[in-house]
Ligand binder design. Structure first.
Ligand code: PXP
Length: 236
């Protein structure tokens, strides 16, 4: 399993004061030096953390694959086609939400998604659909032409250590195995942390985990290098 690091919350901290520190590009450079498999930034419609200038400088400076998380909108498509990140993870987005709350409804928007994914595929950008671990959404992701899915692990993370953990974990495991059986590559992320990440080893064939909040939170106390290295150790 590979580790992709989401550095959005470096920007959250910077934006709290509206100044220049800390810089997401500096976090990206540290992650690159440590050999993470990708660096993720989520360019939200309201630009609450990552700004266009962050994506721009990261894409120009870093050779580690850039994974741009974005909503399915014309504005974001235009930006992706201009920046040409290594990959794009398509996510649902609501302005009021604190973070990405659920997976993308691919099954309910097949036509729209097929067109959108097609444009990114044509540009040579690898597309991943951020979906809840359900057979319906996995099948729909295959149908619209995406080579990857990223399973939303938020419900598993919330249920971790409770009586619902097993049920939520099994949803992930079954969806991942089914996705792989129909030719999709499978990533996972959201809410994964130093305590709950170990169960991802029980899911054969997971390609990459995308983890942000827990790593950036830990880095405040340990430094980013230690926080990333500790997570790499847990998932290798
Ligand atoms: N993957 C996706 C698609 C996300 O939206 C997020 C949160 O931005 C993550 C992974 C990382 O989640 P967390 O910050 O909880 O590790």
């Amino acid at each position: 399993m590979l580790l992709g690091v989401n550095i959005d919350h470096v920007a959250t901290l910077r934006n709290a004061r509206g100044g220049k520190e800390p810089q997401p590009i500096e976090a990206a450079k540290i992650c690159e030096r440590l050999g993470v498999s990708s660096i993720t930034t989520h360019l939200r419609e309201d630009r609450r953390h990552i700004k266009d200038s962050d994506v721009d400088i990261i894409s120009k400076t870093i050779s580690t694959p850039l994974n741009l998380e974005m909503a399915v909108t014309d504005e974001m498509l235009e930006i992706a086609l201009k920046i040409k990140p290594h990959s794009v993870c398509l996510v649902p987005e609501k302005r009021q939400e604190v973070t990405t709350e659920g997976g993308l409804d691919v099954a309910g928007q097949i036509e729209k998604m097929t067109k959108f994914v097609g444009k990114l595929n044509d540009a040579g950008i690898i597309v991943s659909m951020f979906i809840d671990p359900s057979k319906e959404q996995v099948e729909a992701s295959k149908k619209v032409g995406a080579p990857f899915i990223e399973m939303h692990t938020g419900s598993y993370a919330n249920a971790f250590g409770t009586q619902n953990e097993e049920a939520e974990f099994l949803k992930l495991k079954n969806a991942a195995l089914y996705a792989q059986s129909i030719g999709l590559k499978v990533n996972a992320g959201h809410g994964l942390d130093y305590n709950n990440v170990h169960r991802m080893h029980e899911i054969d064939g997971l390609y990459e985990l995308n983890i942000g909040h827990s790593i950036i939170s830990k880095s405040i106390f340990t430094g980013l290098e230690t926080a990333v290295k500790e997570m790499m150790e847990l998932i290798k």
